[in-house]
Design a binder for this molecule. Structure first.
Ligand code: FES
Length: 116
């Protein structure tokens, strides 16, 4: 089980349980199931509408995250959120990206803060 806290300045924070490890449960799906008003359009990693910022709640442990999909890499670079050099460095250092697309990110067994 993972705890996912959704945070937006216009709404109260909401923390929900996520069943991790299914490898199919995206963050957007979890948000929709819990009536979290994350914006989305294509649901296919193309439009960038569902951009979120993800950080670890437990500051002692480094985030596991899941690797960026090719579609996320393309959208995050074209939107200027992550440069090509930063992207390459994250891959070399095996660090998770703080910027994700909710429709592409698979929930893992870790407690995270999602800003949308
Ligand atoms: S809804 Fe379009 S990229 Fe996620």
């Amino acid at each position: 089980m993972a705890l996912v806290t959704f945070s937006n300045p216009e709404y109260r924070d909401k923390t929900v349980y996520a069943v991790a490890g299914s490898h199919t449960e995206t963050l957007l799906k979890l948000a929709r199931e819990n009536k979290i008003p994350i914006n989305y359009e294509c649901e296919d990693g193309e439009c960038g509408t569902c951009l979120i910022k993800v950080s670890s709640i437990d500051k002692k442990h480094q985030r596991m995250g899941s690797p960026l999909t090719e579609k996320e890499k393309a959208v995050l670079q074209s939107s200027g959120k992550i440069s090509k050099a930063e992207m390459e460095q994250m891959i070399v250092d095996d660090l998770p990206s703080p910027w994700r697309l909710a429709c592409q990110m698979i929930v893992r067994d870790e407690d995270i803060l999602v800003e949308y």
